[in-house]
Write a protein that binds this ligand. Structure first.
Ligand code: HEC
Length: 205
């Protein structure tokens, strides 16, 4: 019996030799094994289905993107659980459509009276331009919203809304910004003519 693993020069030859010889090396003319061909054709069929499913028709989310999305969601969940809110978490939250739409709801009902529904500013400053009074990082805004600027007419929302709602509202504001964008610190905001800078105090009881 011929053992294919036997490579010694004296091993008996098996099948037809091809006519060419390179540096004294010759080849047998053999059919590729069926299992090998099936693996090759299987890989081709798989590649076409994979390409159509993930890329050509975008039926599925490509694994790399799916992983990225899941990691971002997990980071937000982990941050919410541990109660840590920082710039990074708020930026990630600003990319999460569910959080942003919850934040928009809070903003429209609570903040839009002073900042305008499109956030371009009325009594309170424009929140979608590059000018900031108290800093342009998400945590700066979080602090301003949480603690307020009472003398200027910005209420402290911490006791009324809590951390969750405030971080959602801040995420909504920063969904209109990008990390690393230009930040210009300005001394204050001038409301448009006819709008009072500080709302009148509530009527005495
Ligand atoms: C009664 C009016 C009023 C309401 C309601 C209000 N704000 Fe303000 N907001 C202001 C004013 C006035 C300032 C400017 C404070 C200053 O000049 O220091 C301000 C400042 C801010 C700033 C800082 C902007 C900067 O340039 O640094 C943020 C962020 C902000 N508001 C977000 C919110 C959010 C979020 C809400 C809703 C939860 C809200 N505001 C509700 C009046 C308001």
């Amino acid at each position: 019996m011929n053992n294919p693993a036997d490579h010694s020069p004296d091993a008996p030859l098996d099948g037809d030799l091809r006519p060419h010889s390179f540096d004294g090396i010759q080849e047998y003319d053999k059919r590729l094994p069926r299992w090998w061909l099936l693996t090759l054709y299987g890989a081709m069929v798989f590649a076409v289905i994979y390409w159509a499913y993930y890329h050509a028709y975008s039926i599925g989310t490509p694994p790399a993107l799916a992983l990225e999305k899941e990691m971002a969601e997990n980071a937000v969940l982990a941050a919410q659980k541990s109660g840590v809110i920082d710039d990074d978490t708020l930026w990630k939250m600003s990319l999460d459509p569910k959080i942003v739409s919850a934040g928009k709801l809070t903003f429209d009902t609570t903040c839009a009276v002073c900042h305008k529904p499109d956030m371009t500013g009325l009594i309170g400053p424009n929140l979608v331009d590059h000018e900031w009074i108290h800093g342009g990082k998400p945590m700066d805004a979080f602090k301003t919203v949480n603690e307020g600027v009472l003398v200027k007419g910005m209420p402290a929302w911490g006791p009324m809304l809590g951390r969750q709602k405030i971080s959602e509202a801040v995420a909504y504001i920063f969904s209109h910004h990008k990390p690393g964008e230009e930040v210009i610190i300005v001394p204050g905001w001038t409301p448009p003519p006819g709008v009072m800078a500080i709302p009148p105090p509530p009527p005495a009881k």
